[in-house]
Design a protein around this ligand. Structure first.
Ligand code: SAM
Ligand code: SF4
Length: 328
């Protein structure tokens, strides 16, 4: 069985949200006061999670597993979940998307457990701007986390940045220079309508075209071919070998090549970041369904995957779950 949808796309890349909790409060993601977190009893245990990931890998063709959240480093069992994932047939590629806080202490253990790659979110290297965006004074922790990831051999270390008007747009070239100096691969992501406060607006969003123009005033950027199902359009910087990525999730969606499926921390399968429906695997799991039945339900969940996210449609409705609970 494979996770194929009615438009012929096959999902092989599983994004697992390990928690909806976070220790930052990024403006584009969460309100200052945080959110009402998922009740503990609804969150899948490590064993339940590993069982579902195992079904995805053994029976449904999943080859890549990325752990995210919320903040995945807040999940105590992270190293053992990674180790158990790596032991599955075919040793799936493992990655985390993280804000990097605390990674200084854990990067090496995670690498030993079988973590292959990290994407760390960092929108600025200016402490004041960092505080304005994340509402916490923790820039140095993130910088230390990045260094620890590199030292642990989790290369290439990728950095995700979101540009916000009036906050860090002017700093984009400096952020790129800083990433180049440390040999981190920077990717700018267009802000998406997934924040809990519903503060996103098309007009305020910094587009990929604008980002490219802004960077082109400082660097010679040459587009690289061969993007495949990767969301980032990559550019060689000043003749290379370093590159920068731009992820135009809103203005140039890559839905036609999507190979992803998501599992939330409370055991719901989402066939798209923007899906308005979910399939409840937790109840099936806790009611004693066997692997065949769970795999069948998971495969069925793919059949309602829409051809695109439709953000530009007048009828677009933001999903009820915010990004931090879906798993970005
Ligand atoms: N806490 C981790 C982190 O920040 O990397 C993982 C979860 S976070 C939701 C995953 C990614 O989504 C981060 O790179 C973050 O910058 C990005 N993100 C969050 N809200 C976003 C939004 N509204 N639009 C675009 N990207 C967003
Ligand atoms: Fe936390 Fe990541 Fe959301 Fe920032 S983007 S508040 S680090 S979950």
């Amino acid at each position: 069985m494979e996770l194929i949808d009615t438009h012929g796309r096959v999902a092989t890349d599983l994004r697992v949200s390990l928690t909806d909790r976070c220790n930052l409060r990024c403006q584009y993601c969460m309100p200052a006061e945080g959110l009402e977190w998922m009740p503990t009893e609804e969150v899948l245990s490590d064993a339940e999670l590993v069982r579902l990931i195992g079904i995805g890998v053994r029976r449904l063709g999943i080859r890549d597993v990325r752990f995210t959240g919320g903040e995945p480093l807040l999940r105590r069992g992270l190293a053992s979940i990674i180790a158990a994932t790596k032991e599955l047939p075919g040793a799936p590629q493992t990655a985390i998307t993280s804000n990097g806080m605390g990674l200084r202490h854990t990067a090496e253990a995670l690498a030993r457990a079988g973590l292959d790659r990290v994407n760390i979110s960092l929108d600025t290297t200016d402490p004041e701007t960092f505080h304005r965006i994340t509402r916490r004074d923790r820039l140095q922790d993130v910088i230390d986390g990045l260094q620890a990831a590199k030292d642990a051999g989790l290369a290439p270390v990728k950095v995700n940045a979101v540009l916000l008007r009036g906050m860090n747009v002017d700093q984009a070239p400096d952020l790129l220079r800083w990433c180049m100096k440390h040999d981190y691969e920077l990717r700018f992501i267009e802000q998406m309508p997934l924040d809990a406060q519903h503060g996103w607006s098309r007009e305020a969003m910094v587009t990929a075209a604008e980002t490219l123009e802004l960077l082109s005033d400082h660097f010679v950027l040459e587009p690289l071919p061969g993007r495949g199902s990767a969301p980032a359009e990559r550019f060689l910087i000043d003749g290379g070998p370093q590159t920068v990525g731009i992820i135009a999730s809103v203005t140039r969606p890559f839905c036609g090549d999507c190979n992803r499926v998501r599992l939330t921390a409370d055991g719901q399968v989402r066939n798209c970041l923007f899906a308005r429906e979910e399939s409840d695997l937790r109840t099936a799991l806790r009611d004693g369904a066997d692997d065949t039945e769970i795999a069948r339900r998971w495969a069925a969940a793919m059949l309602t995957k829409l051809p695109g996210h439709g953000i530009d449609d007048p009828s677009f409705l933001q999903p009820t779950r915010p990004m931090s609970s879906i798993g970005g």
